[in-house]
Design a protein around this ligand. Sequence first.
Ligand code: HEC
Ligand code: HEC
Ligand code: HEC
Ligand code: HEC
Ligand code: HEC
Ligand code: HEC
Ligand code: HEC
Length: 241
Amino acid sequence: MVSCTTTPNEVVQAPEIAGSHYVGNQACAVCHREIVLRFPASAHARLYSARSAMPGQTGCESCHGPGSEHIRTGGQPNLIVNPGKKPDSCLECHLDVQGEFSLPQHHPVPEGFMNCVQCHDPHGEDIFKAAGGLAMARQNENCAACHQDQTRPFIFEHEAMHEGCTVCHNPHGSINEKLLVEDDPNLCLRCHAQVQGPSVPAGHIYIGTIDHTAFLQIGTCWTSGCHTAVHGSNIDIRLRY
Ligand code: HEC
Ligand code: HEC
Ligand code: HEC
Ligand code: HEC
Ligand code: HEC
Ligand code: HEC
Ligand code: HEC
């Protein structure tokens, strides 16, 4: 299959279905009215096609492939692409995301145990799949559907959680264990600045008022036994347990 590349908002090539041609969004509305009505608010409704064989309003078929045979047969499911079953058509455009899922640590989408649609809503206004709320809260809520240990309420919250899971994790994939965006103390030092200045002895690492030099020789902030409860704690204000 020819690979689809996009410059912003431009579709070059969508999935192919033998014998089918493009019919445009309104043709789908006859049977899938609710989706067609919801769709204009979606980020993907802004896509247009300059060079492919698709007519003007082509949003649906950029993911689902050309629809004429599906329609002629009254809705044969095997004559339309469903990226909810296999996300290949998403990845044809989102090559960078495909790259992230190829990294050694990733959500098991390539293995077929998960799909984009468990985190993204393809048709709606909100591409992040969860109930209402602010953007970050919605993302966290989405993760909470599967990761309750990290998202339950804690007596001592780690305020970093308000910034969303993605300040520390890449949800698609990472070279680091646990999908972390960094595998060393820099993960934490982005917010907990290392103290500089004349009061700090040469070669020492101060965070807050505490000399962390010896601790950081044992491991990272979270593996050296000091801040293991990075997501929150019911026992320890320093997020140790
Ligand atoms: C004549 C009515 C009709 C039209 C028009 C129609 N569909 Fe369908 N479509 C159906 C029916 C019926 C099903 C359910 C098939 C089933 O589950 O057996 C379906 C199912 C689907 C599915 C799910 C397939 C799966 O894997 O289960 C997708 C995706 C889809 N349609 C997309 C579209 C798109 C995109 C268009 C416009 C290009 C479109 N349909 C136009 C009747 C239609
Ligand atoms: C960004 C890609 C994308 C676009 C654009 C898109 N869809 Fe879908 N569609 C999907 C995915 C992914 C699923 C599977 C959803 C799931 O399994 O939860 C799906 C599922 C469907 C289904 C099956 C029923 C359902 O709700 O699961 C129908 C019908 C459908 N789409 C029609 C349409 C129509 C009509 C349009 C245009 C108005 C459209 N889609 C635009 C990706 C897309
Ligand atoms: C035909 C090419 C194409 C296909 C197929 C496609 N996308 Fe996109 N997608 C785009 C483009 C281009 C944008 C940027 C749209 C914009 O910013 O206006 C985008 C944006 C997104 C965004 C970010 C939206 C935002 O508001 O930041 C997500 C998430 C996304 N797509 C997921 C998916 C998923 C999941 C699928 C498959 C179900 C899919 N895409 C299929 C081209 C595509
Ligand atoms: C585990 C949940 C999860 C899964 C599974 C997932 N995503 Fe995402 N995706 C996210 C989150 C969260 C963001 C926002 C990232 C951020 O804000 O840094 C995102 C952002 C995006 C974006 C916009 C920014 C970017 O990274 O380019 C695109 C496009 C996208 N996802 C496509 C996809 C596609 C395609 C799939 C399936 C092959 C997929 N995602 C699967 C959670 C997920
Ligand atoms: C639909 C369920 C589901 C959703 C939603 C989901 N995950 Fe996951 N997550 C999984 C599965 C399954 C694994 C793989 C577990 C394994 O390999 O043992 C995983 C693994 C992880 C891991 C790595 C754990 C490890 O031991 O390596 C992290 C971190 C993670 N997810 C964070 C997130 C974040 C952040 C979000 C929201 C953006 C999210 N997940 C959304 C199901 C989900
Ligand atoms: C301040 C950074 C940070 C934030 C924010 C964060 N995490 Fe983590 N997360 C980590 C670190 C560090 C680890 C590795 C240590 C561990 O296993 O607990 C981890 C581990 C995980 C694991 C694997 C746990 C295990 O036992 O293997 C999951 C799942 C996870 N995080 C989910 C989430 C989710 C969901 C969110 C958002 C609600 C989130 N994280 C927010 C830093 C963070
Ligand atoms: C997005 C910013 C951000 C990131 C990244 C972050 N934190 Fe935090 N953290 C905060 C904020 C804000 C507070 C509350 C204010 C404070 O105590 O500095 C806090 C509080 C803490 C506390 C409690 C301090 C106290 O004395 O009560 C500990 C311990 C902590 N963080 C450890 C970590 C560790 C370990 C990491 C890396 C895995 C990390 N933080 C990453 C923002 C962040």
